[in-house]
Design a protein around this ligand. Structure first.
Ligand code: DGI
Ligand code: FE
Ligand code: FE
Length: 191
């Protein structure tokens, strides 16, 4: 898919601010590909498309989780998680995007998972550190992103888990799986 086509397809589904966020994620993902390798085109497309389903009505997404045979347990967690796996399906259904790497990066961009592909890590991290973001601790993640993709992803998941715990929010198992898996990359997995 052409980059310009992807922008055209996504823009009507997002607010202006969310579209601009998506363009910054795409730009940040290209920067991470410069550092860690991979396809710049796929990274840019995944960045542009990652929040495609962000503003779908909740009722519609609830039905899609069932209709698309997505894990039912998603329904027991915050609806904020739904746009990622649903987006990965809708970009194919509505936009004809078939690339499995890009669909995986969209599917896991919110929670992460164990054994993330490089593109999944790049989009997960780009979504967290794009220049419009201002989370507590983000500068440390941005610094780490310059030298160690896994460590930076680990910091981002750790910060997200800490933020969710402070809010008394539930944490989806894939988020823990991502944290544990990335931990073994950075400290041998024994702690
Ligand atoms: O769509 P974006 O706002 O660009 O970013 P995102 O897709 O990473 O969504 C971020 C939200 O998802 C943020 O409010 C934290 C939340 N989140 C991430 N992991 C989990 C989670 N919420 C719950 N309940 N459980 C999780 O594991
Ligand atoms: Fe998102
Ligand atoms: Fe996003």
């Amino acid at each position: 898919m052409e980059i310009s086509k992807a922008k055209e397809l996504v823009e009507p589904h997002l607010t202006e601010a969310r579209f601009d966020h998506s363009l910054r994620v795409a730009e940040t993902a290209r920067y991470l590909v410069d550092l860690y390798g991979g396809s710049k085109e796929k990274a840019e497309l995944a960045g542009i498309l990652h929040d495609y389903a962000k503003y779908r009505p909740l009722k519609e997404m609830e039905q899609q989780i069932k209709a698309f045979n997505l894990p039912n347990d998603l329904l027991d967690f915050h609806s904020e998680l739904w746009h990622a796996p649903i987006g990965a399906i809708l970009v194919e259904e509505e936009c004809g995007l078939k690339d499995e790497d890009i669909k995986g990066a969209i599917k896991y961009h919110t929670t992460g998972r164990a054994n993330m592909t490089k593109l999944e890590k790049i989009i997960f991290l780009a979504d967290y550190i794009e220049p419009g973001r201002s989370f507590p601790g983000i500068e440390e993640v941005r610094e780490s992103a310059k030298t160690n993709l896994e460590h930076a992803c680990w910091l981002a998941v750790r910060n997200t888990i800490q933020y969710l715990i402070r809010k008394n929010a539930k944490i989806y198992p894939d988020t823990f799986h991502a944290y544990n898996d990335l931990s073994s990359h950075i400290n041998g997995g024994n702690e």
